[in-house]
Design a protein around this ligand. Structure first.
Ligand SMILES: Nc1ncnc2c1ncn2[C@@H]1O[C@H](COP(=O)(O)OP(=O)(O)O)[C@@H](O)[C@H]1O
Ligand SMILES: CC(=O)N[C@@H](CCC(=O)OP(=O)(O)O)C(=O)O
Length: 249
């Protein structure tokens, strides 16, 4: 199982540690690979250095000087998360070409689109009983770092391994009538997701998330689930298909 968490499931150190404990518990049941973001940590480090940044269509415009800060911030966070998950190895996409990428759009600077995943490295680590914890920094053809949205990076890893993925966020799943949690869809097909975006009941930050889920399916993942990182036992329940919204082809 691939588990992705980012800013929303890291709003406090307490929540971050609770999520790490959930991941460690899931690992007792099945092999786990973790992919993480950390938008708020990046934001804080950019601000502290007076490096401005803006988002276009959900992606951070990343000139080279911002890329240096993104990599530094996510690498430091990666080591802390790896330690919290335990029995883990923290990596970025630059280690053993774990995530290779190409420039998505020169207008966005050093933002990457994942072109390859070193699945053999991940299988070796998992086979040795270790949990890979991957920061969403990839390596470009020029050998330099590229910034990849963490949901997208996680989807690419799930696709390459042919495993399911759970995106942990701050809502219980995809709601048909946001923000009413009673309207959570337990299951959605690709066609229903596309219809939901067109109809407007899938909106805001949920759009790039469901798009990352569809991209994961395109790349070979059997399912992609969106679930809450805020509740005890939710991750295990989502892995069983009993929590969150599971999206399948
Ligand atoms: N139909 C919907 N169901 C649930 N959440 C939705 C829906 N439409 C929009 N959202 C919004 O999407 C948010 C999750 O996306 P986002 O904040 O970008 O997550 P993350 O930072 O964890 O990647 C929710 O907090 C909610 O505000
Ligand atoms: C290109 C791009 O936008 N990269 C993201 C990577 C981190 C991320 O995605 O973190 P969350 O999971 O916390 O959102 C960024 O720079 O913020």
């Amino acid at each position: 199982m691939i588990v992705k968490y980012g800013g929303n499931a890291m709003k406090s150190l307490e929540l971050r540690r609770a999520v790490a404990a959930e991941i460690a518990a899931l690992r007792a049941l099945m092999p786990v690979v973790v992919v993480h973001g950390g938008g708020p940590v990046i934001e804080r480090e950019l601000t502290a250095r007076g490096v401005p940044s803006e988002f276009r269509a959900g992606l951070r415009v990343t000139p080279p000087e911002a890329m240096d800060v993104v990599e530094m911030a996510l690498s430091a966070l990666n080591k802390a998360l790896s330690q919290e998950v335990g029995q883990a190895v923290g990596l970025t996409g630059r280690d053993s070409a774990l995530l290779t990428a190409e420039v998505l759009d020169p207008a966005l600077g050093r933002v990457g689109r994942v072109t390859g995943v070193n699945a053999a490295l991940l299988r070796t680590l998992v086979g040795a009983g270790l949990t890979p914890v991957i920061a969403s920094v990839a390596v470009g053809a020029d050998g330099q770092a590229l910034n990849v949205n963490a949901d997208t990076a996680a989807g690419a890893v799930a696709g390459a391994l042919g495993e399911g993925i759970i995106f942990l966020t701050d809502v219980d799943g995809v709601y048909r009538a946001y923000p009413d949690p009673a309207s959570r869809a337990t299951h959605l097909t690709r066609a229903e997701v596309q219809a939901g975006i067109e109809a407007g009941w899938i909106a805001g930050g949920m759009i790039p998330k469901v798009q990352a889920a569809l991209d994961a399916l395109d790349r070979g993942a059997p399912f992609a689930t969106i679930a809450s990182g805020m509740g005890a036992g939710v991750l295990e329940a989502a892995a069983r298909g009993e929590a969150g919204t599971r999206i399948t082809a």
